[in-house]
Design a protein around this ligand. Sequence first.
Ligand code: AMP
Ligand code: ZN
Length: 117
Amino acid sequence: MSANLHSNCIFCKIVAGQIPSRKVFEDEEVLVFHDIAPWAPVHVLIIPKQHVTTMYDTTAEHGALLGRMLAMAPRLMEQLGVTNGFRALVNTGPDGMQEVQHVHMHVMGGPRPWAKG
Ligand code: AMP
Ligand code: ZN
């Protein structure tokens, strides 16, 4: 079990394989999977495998990781057939309507109308 696994964190459980997910991409530091309640025809979540609760908990040392997460979004969307644009966003804290307390980037695309967003 990873030392960074937070036992009560749903996304850490997905990283650990304790909860199933529809995986899109995985490497040593990030996991990408389909959102269980998609707002758009294609809606994936890019998460760091290491638990980080919110963007407030990131430091300059997370810059490369966060940059990678954003930089992989267009390639992922292309691979998923989304070539006409997408939204990438990170909800942060209570006023940011963050529901899962493990940093994640929503990437949403596909033809409109969307369910939300
Ligand atoms: P946020 O409001 O930014 O914290 O968004 C959390 C997102 O996680 C929501 O869009 C949920 O639909 C999604 N989500 C929650 N549980 C799961 C799960 N087990 N698998 C995939 N997506 C999930
Ligand atoms: Zn976590």
